[in-house]
Design a protein around this ligand. Sequence first.
Ligand code: SF4
Length: 221
Amino acid sequence: MTESVPQQSRQSAADEWLRTLPCRIGQIFVDRTAEGAFALRHRDDVNREDLAVYRDAEAAVAIAQYDDAGVYRPLKTAPNLRHGWSLMLADVTAVRVALDLFYPGRIPAYVAWRRGTLKTTPLRETLERQTGMYRVTAKITDEQANELVGSFCRSDGGCLRTIRWDRDIQGAPPSTLLPETKFDPAHDQMGKGEPVIPLLCQEPCNLLVAEARKVVKGSAE
Ligand code: SF4
């Protein structure tokens, strides 16, 4: 399914997010220094001056890998990006590289959504195309899926993405346990009420599929 957006929103969005600095994407704050460089940091660290400074976009790999407690982050859009760093980058290309390392594929998804070309895939379709050990996930019941998505994808402790997919091709909601704001690209999923570039979720991720397998296997035992 391809999403449609209001006509007025179908404007060139490729670098719109950089023309209106400062901006926020997920947990990251992007601004420009007096010298014209781009400065990225954790949104919680905007007023800190004791940050470790990095100047290479590739530093985002290491920054994004572990949370504040040193625990590996399998889901890059989980709300546990570590604090205490600043990434100073010379140009837009470097900013794009860094953001794609922090949040893989999220800027292209946002641009596609603004253009009205973001393709979404329902949960049922994702599960039905699984093979091998994940084939069993297609057996998850609607009630189990409702509970799983409501727990696993929630923004407070789960994932900061804004869900754009449905549960099935009939358009059932992914979960009735999530607030309406979980599906609203204008909502700040960090709960700070600030304008944000949303981290859109156009199809259920592999981690959710893996959780669905546990649910189905668990109910079969
Ligand atoms: S399915 Fe989407 S919203 Fe849910 S955890 Fe995965 S990436 Fe996040």
